[in-house]
Design a protein around this ligand. Structure first.
Ligand code: NAP
Length: 256
């Protein structure tokens, strides 16, 4: 389907995925936090009333497990209240046909043996970040209607170059690079499948170490036995029952 890219509004444009979206969708709208603070309903309404977008990709969030544990109030305000502000305004402004909410594989417990989580797998987040993202997902879903389709996207990516000297050879996911996820989002906007939850993920399970190497990073392998800290998930693999799965190699890893 032909779309007018300038009618796409993308929140969180200064973030990792937002920057990758800018490469793929350069003429979309990318409000900064100054233009529109998602925690402030009035500023969200003002921005939407002025711009009247047709498509909304809601990426803005307080991300990361430690920051959300350290400031739960802000995590709630950003990921739960902020999502409600953006999705409710999207409905009320009347111009939005498609609303996409970005969720994370972290809503799953990460202990599913050798398997992979699909769109119907049961969420069971192990931390506050995952919990707030899951509640945001449920709020977004509740605004789905014949006037405004809501699609929940769950995915797993990190930015390159790898930010640590080592990477686990025994923690796994079906990772994509941020630009691969951005391409998947554009596919959804163009194709508008009649789906309510879509996993945008890679088609093969790889370790963090393999992923970092594939992203051109010079890292050493380590195992979870070498690590002493908060409990970590071992297997965050996603798969999709209803959507294409992507090849890691098909997207540029350079997120700078
Ligand atoms: N990174 C991952 O591994 C991963 C994996 C799966 C899913 N996701 C999801 O994908 C989305 C994007 O993740 P990311 O890694 O790109 O995030 P990120 O790099 O942490 O960026 C977060 C973005 O949200 C914006 N933001 C936060 N609070 C805001 C507020 N109150 N008002 C307006 N903007 C606000 C930030 O703006 P400022 O620059 O002003 O702070 C920034 O642009 C998130 O919804 C995340 O949950 C991430």
């Amino acid at each position: 389907m032909e779309i007018d890219e300038s009618r796409i509004l993308i929140t969180g444009g200064s973030g990792r995925l937002g920057k990758a979206c800018k490469k793929i969708m350069p003429t979309a709208m990318y409000p900064t936090r100054k233009d529109m603070d998602i925690k402030d309903n009035d500023s969200v309404r003002r921005y939407f009333e002025e711009k009247k977008p047709e498509y909304v990709l809601h990426l803005a969030a307080k991300t990361g497990i430690p920051p959300c544990e350290e400031d739960k109030k802000d995590a709630w305000a950003s990921n739960v209240v902020g999502t409600r502000n953006v999705v409710e305004t999207s409905r009320d402004v009347g111009s939005v046909k498609l609303f996409i909410y970005l969720d994370t594989a972290c809503i799953f417990p990460g202990d599913d043996g050798e398997g992979a989580y699909d769109e119907d797998s049961l969420p069971n987040p192990k931390h506050f970040y995952g919990l707030t993202k899951l509640i945001g997902e449920e709020i977004a879903k509740s605004y789905n209607s014949s006037d405004m389709q809501v699609i929940i996207v769950r995915t797993n990516f990190t930015c390159m170059p790898w930010e640590y000297p080592k990477a686990f050879s025994d923690r796994f996911s079906t990772y994509l690079f941020a630009q691969g996820v951005a391409k998947g989002l554009l596919d959804l906007v163009k194709e508008r499948p009649k789906l309510s939850v879509v996993h945008i993920c890679g088609n093969r399970k790889i370790s963090m170490y393999e992923y970092a190497k594939a992203g051109g990073s010079d890292v050493e392998p380590m195992t979870m036995d070498d690590y002493h800290g908060a409990p970590l998930t071992r297997n965050m693999c996603l798969r999709s029952k209803c959507w294409k799965m992507y090849r890691l190699e098909d997207s540029d890893w350079d997120d700078s």
